[in-house]
Design a protein around this ligand. Structure first.
Ligand SMILES: Nc1ncnc2c1ncn2[C@@H]1O[C@H](COP(=O)(O)OP(=O)(O)OP(=O)(O)O)[C@@H](O)[C@H]1O
Ligand SMILES: O=P(O)(O)OC[C@H]1O[C@](O)(CO)[C@@H](O)[C@@H]1O
Ligand SMILES: [Mg+2]
Length: 319
């Protein structure tokens, strides 16, 4: 192995920079050159690359986002797009590639592996919807961002005796909503994976305010319903003052937590070691604090289901 490539794809997340740094520094130590493709598969298809040496990745460990930039490149889903990428990789003399991204990006990595190109994937998505890893990169930082925001909102909610519907990210995944609800003591977490009964929720909220509580927090994943509609329905049913906060992309940025910096470093180092030892078509993961390598085939075929216990916990502890 003489020349490696790395790219970041899909929604960015904190820890991607720290991971690129770990990939580059591990490879440089083994006398392997590293190329970084800009803007994910878009840059790969265009051949838009920069040389990455040890110095190029200094000063980025603590920065959120990805200095290589990211993109959602629809054309890479086509055989033509993948062939273009493959010919660029071959022309540039690249022997293997590390792909950081979510489930979509890892599906792209699997496509390259199936075309015979050595690839290792790293789960990096705040959604935490990727199986065979306890945590994806960026999740811990996003959760801490949410925690800070919800704690702030609770202060003002109590001061005005209001209920708040707070929307967090997750089109198909309720992980951020359920875990942040537990960690902030919210009353309810509404998630795409589980049906909920708004009438029942309103009844419980009415009881809660009748007991003299001065605030209520309902955290809703973006894929579980429209925050403003949920708030209107609560207001119409119990007549209580309700406000809405959509946390949006605030959740995805910011300096990575210690957990994400360490995870990024471990994932990055492991991915290069795997490629050097001739392993391809796998995703690195975290399992019971150990590094795990799982075939991308298995990762893509499986689904990460949230723990039923976790889904119920917010409601049980919040009320
Ligand atoms: N089925 C597929 N085949 C090949 N490439 C794909 C496929 N699905 C996605 N990709 C590539 O991966 C990119 C990112 O995918 P997607 O938009 O699903 O985000 P993601 O990686 O799941 O990250 P996140 O969900 O955290 O934003 C796509 O724009 C495309 O380039
Ligand atoms: O930044 P974009 O392209 O609007 O994507 C937003 C989506 O990306 C994710 O944050 C994952 O990165 C989802 O939770 C969210 O629905
Ligand atoms: Mg995804």
């Amino acid at each position: 192995m003489k020349r490696l490539a790395v790219l970041t794809s899909g929604g960015d997340c904190s820890g991607m920079n720290a991971c690129i740094r770990a990939v580059v520094r591990t490879a440089v130590r083994m006398k392997i050159e590293v190329i970084g493709f800009r803007k994910g598969y878009q840059g790969l298809m265009k051949g838009d690359a920069i040389n990455l040496d040890s110095k190029a990745v200094s000063g980025i460990l603590h920065r959120g986002g990805t200095f290589l930039q990211s993109a959602r490149a629809i054309e890479f889903k086509t055989p033509e797009g993948q062939q273009q990428a493959l010919s660029n990789l071959r022309e540039m003399g690249i022997d293997g590639m590390v792909v950081l991204g979510g489930d979509g990006s890892l599906t792209g990595a699997l496509a390259l592996h199936r075309l015979g190109f050595p690839v290792v994937g790293i789960p990096a998505s705040i959604d935490n919807d990727i199986p065979f890893t306890d945590m994806s990169l960026g999740v811990d930082t996003a959760l801490n961002n949410i925690l800070y925001a919800v704690d702030c909102i609770k202060d003002t909610a109590s001061s005005h005796a209001r209920a708040f519907v707070i929307e967090v990210m997750g089109r198909n995944s309720g992980y951020l909503a359920s875990i942040s609800a537990i960690a902030t003591g919210a009353e309810f977490a509404l998630v795409p994976e589980q049906a909920y009964d708004l009438t029942e929720i309103c009844q419980q909220l009415r009881g809660r305010f009748a007991e003299g509580r001065d605030n209520a927090i309902i955290i809703v994943a973006e894929g579980a319903g429209h925050a403003q509609e949920i708030a209107n329905s609560i207001k119409d049913t119990i007549g209580f003052e309700v406000r809405v906060t959509v946390l949006g992309h605030y959740q995805r940025g910011g300096a990575p937590t210690v957990f994400d910096r360490l995870l990024a470093s471990r994932f990055g180092k492991k991915s290069v070691e795997l490629l050097i030892s001739g392993v391809s078509g796998v995703m690195v993961g975290l399992s019971a604090n150990n590094m795990l390598a799982t075939p991308l085939d298995d990762v893509i075929r499986s689904e990460k289901r949230p723990h039923d216990e976790v889904l119920r916990m917010a409601e049980v502890l919040g009320i």
